[in-house]
Design a protein around this ligand. Sequence first.
Ligand SMILES: [Zn+2]
Ligand SMILES: [Zn+2]
Ligand SMILES: [Zn+2]
Ligand SMILES: [Zn+2]
Ligand SMILES: [Zn+2]
Length: 377
Amino acid sequence: MTDDSVTAWELLEKQQALEKMAAEKYPWNPDECTRHMGVQRQLLYVCQTCQTASGKPNAICYSCSIRCHTDHDLVELFSKRAITCDCGTNQIKGDPCFLRKIGELEKSDNAFYGHNFNNQFCECDSEYNETEPGIMVQCLVGTQCQEDWFHERCILGLSIEEEKAARKALSKPVESSGVNLLDELESAHNVEHSEASEEPEATGAFTTDSESEDEDETLPGMPNAGEFDAFICWKCLSADDFSEIPGIRVDRVTWTATDSGKRNKTVQTSLFLRHGYEKAISELAKDSPAVLSLVKKHPFLVEPEQTYEPPQDDDANSSIFEAGERALQNLPREYANNGIKAYSMMRDKLTKFLAPFASEGKVVTQQDVATFFSSLN
Ligand SMILES: [Zn+2]
Ligand SMILES: [Zn+2]
Ligand SMILES: [Zn+2]
Ligand SMILES: [Zn+2]
Ligand SMILES: [Zn+2]
């Protein structure tokens, strides 16, 4: 086999893997921009290409991420409550929104964005790193943190080194064989990390570690993932009176040096709400004016909040392929906007073209592929 050839099987397998991945990641019909729906909890993306062009932050809805920013560099932010889609607004330099069919750029609804829109997360301002062990949790309230995501170590006030030591202690075998297994454990750990490919879920907590056995295991001092349903960060907790709200309170202990050489201890408390907290809090609100005013301010404390989802995609093939191509970042804009059906037909022709190669295990060369594409014109 020469370098510029692949077997038809390889091409078909790639195509199927791509379809599966796209169907899981983009199950909805990307036909409507959510901007006219106003503020609501929804999946959002940041378009880094448009951010670089305009020098301003932006939030992009699911549909616009697929239809208007097809060949752009996008970062998924999971769901946020208080932001509307910026496609076709003055936060973006370039084309008005294709889906809303507007003639010129409109004024953005968003007054502030928070650092997630600059690809920074948590109190430590770090980039999201899916190979890091542990879970990150999103703050339910967001009045102070803009619904930020937090590391376990930062909720506890630990340094990266302290976290490492705590995780080593967690993974230490109970029965000692007299041999130091920590190095082996460490390397096994790393192999698993490099194979981690699962998409984090768009819920309140996602695990960034692929270790299945200990998925539930968090750092000492933190509740395990199964023990809580929602998280309120120390900043949002201190901005309102949450004193009567039940849950698991976790202290973040940090030390700062003073001029006199002493160290000052600071304790900042976060709150983990248990499963069924909505019901418990609405019971409390009946008797407590403080809880009632809290609930009026944050209605999601007593009623489960819906995350907006576009309608399910019934014409799965076309948009699956469109999305799959987006993942490869090589779909021409005209295809994404106007020619989904045409593209889907081309895909079918390609499958037919490849079938005989596949059944005979024959090699498809670049020349074969070039001939096929020129036959389409
Ligand atoms: Zn939009
Ligand atoms: Zn863009
Ligand atoms: Zn758009
Ligand atoms: Zn952090
Ligand atoms: Zn918060």
